[in-house]
Design a protein around this ligand. Structure first.
Ligand code: PFF
Length: 467
């Protein structure tokens, strides 16, 4: 049976699965988006809201994906239709999201590798130059680095779930944790006096991060903080995009899913918190509150190199460690996307993992090269429904995260909550004789709360209203 075959090639046990799933969850979202959300969302206020939502809504969505995967032992394309005929379209939607995301995740992975090389060969000063990042991404070099990042992924996928993904996660995730704690502690001791003589410290930055700030808080602002936290949680936990279905399909039936899900959410939230502990005190010390508005590529490839440069000689070490850490985070995430696509293609074509890996790698080299050229020959600026504008990479990001993910989450909550019934998930969670204590919460959320929240996110993404 195909299912049995998959099990023998799956995760060896609970630790392997939890670390691999946490590896997928911990990614660029934790490192370059979460800190800004916290800084502009009222510091400790955002933290409390995020934690409460992660351990309720986040757990519910993660449980749903993982339970669908383990119960069907199928990748997303076939999983939904094997539970109920007529729902195969949801598998197709779930296939589209990782296909889009991988095309640009490779590109960003390549940018990160380039910065490691720059820091190692020329120190921090070059990367700190104003036009360094723009000059780099508008040239052809990003295609080379994207190719290297892609091949790194391909090697791991080629080796398989157990020997590739699990082994990599068991090494990279603890390493990432050590580095993040090290830089986090270091950032608390930073001190900097800016041009007009104002002195700021990492400790003061810590207060900006953890002390709740209620200034100007009214109902619309609170709603905005909550909605932002929800979309951050979704992206961060890699849910509603088929990835956790795929990883779930590799888990043995005797693994306790209850505690696994809680551990994955805990790990993901912990790393997001620690990322904030690095970014907020560091950026605050060197650039004040204004600097905290920056997130994404602008933060990692422009603001931080300047800061590492201003730190003096030790800034090179911190810079290299930082980019190494972000490589680990990006790699364990991109591998999960690559694996999902590979598993789907293997299921459809019935070809071997090795052949499919090679084909997917070639296909993505072309696709991601197009994304690289979005800053070069194929440059264009598109207006997005929420009022912002961007290039090919931003369009791909908007389509996958703002539109497809809430749509899939909405449909899958209707599917499990109303078509199949939440008992389906309860049965899966109780395999091996454990009691699913969170079932009451799961039931209410999947049936009533998740669909409403996802509809709100969707309407917002289509520009129906803005918070
Ligand atoms: N969860 C990852 C993050 O927070 O960066 C991102 C991610 C991983 C998104 C895997 C999509 C994905 F398929």
């Amino acid at each position: 049976m195909a299912g049995d075959k998959k099990q023998s090639g799956g995760f060896s046990g609970k630790i392997g699965f939890v670390l691999a799933a946490a590896g997928s969850a911990v990614g660029l979202g934790n490192l370059w988006r979460f800190p800004r959300c916290a800084a502009v969302g009222g510091g400790g206020l955002y933290l409390v809201i995020y934690i409460v939502l992660a351990f309720t809504l986040g757990i519910v969505m993660l449980t749903t994906d993982i339970a669908i995967g383990r119960s069907t032992k199928k990748s997303p394309l076939g999983a939904y239709s094997s539970i109920k005929k007529g729902w195969g379209f949801l598998g197709i939607f779930s296939f589209i999201v990782p296909v889009i995301i991988l095309s640009y995740y490779n590109v960003i992975g390549g940018w990160i590798l380039k910065y490691i090389v720059t820091f190692v060969t020329t120190g921090a000063s070059k990367a700190a130059e104003d036009s360094y990042f723009t000059d780099f991404i508008t040239g052809y070099e990003p295609i080379l680095y994207m190719g290297i990042f892609l091949v790194l992924n391909a090697v791991i996928i080629f080796l398989g779930v157990n020997k590739g993904i699990e082994r990599m996660s068991k090494i990279l995730m603890p390493a990432l944790l050590v580095i993040i704690i090290f830089i986090g502690v270091y950032s608390l001791f930073l001190k900097h006096e800016d041009a007009d003589g104002v002195m700021r410290t990492g400790w003061e930055g810590l207060k900006v991060y953890v002390v709740p700030d209620f200034t100007g808080l009214d109902f619309p602002k609170l709603m905005k903080i909550i909605v932002d936290a929800i979309s951050q949680i979704f992206f961060s936990l890699s849910v509603a995009m088929g990835i956790m279905i795929t990883y779930g399909s590799y888990v043995k039936d005797d693994v306790n899913m209850n505690s696994s899900v809680k551990q994955i959410v805990f790990f993901d939230t912990l790393i997001a918190f620690l990322a904030g502990l690095i970014i907020i005190p560091t950026v605050f010390t060197f650039q004040g509150r204004d600097g905290l508005q920056t997130a994404g590529p602008g933060l990692v490839f422009q603001a931080l190199p300047k800061i590492f440069n201003a730190m003096g000689p030790f800034g090179i070490v911190v810079g290299i460690l930082f980019f190494l850490m972000i490589t680990f985070a990006a790699l364990t995430s991109s591998v999960s996307i690559f694996e999902t696509i590979t598993a789907d293609v293997m299921a459809v074509t019935k070809k071997s993992r090795r052949l499919v890996t090679i084909l997917v790698t070639i296909g993505y080299f072309v696709l991601s090269a197009v994304i690289c050229l979005g800053y070069n020959k194929l440059f264009f600026n598109v207006k997005l429904p929420n009022g912002s504008s961007g290039q090919i990479l931003d369009v791909a990001d908007y389509l996958s995260n703002n539109i497809m993910m809430p749509l899939i989450a909405f449909l899958s909550s209707i599917f499990i909550g109303w078509v199949v019934g939440p008992k389906y998930v309860k049965k899966e969670m109780e395999k091996g004789g454990v009691k699913y204590r969170l079932y009451g919460m799961y039931y209410v959320m999947i049936k009533f709360i998740v669909p409403v929240i996802m509809l709100i996110l969707l309407l917002q993404a289509f520009g129906a209203f803005s918070l």
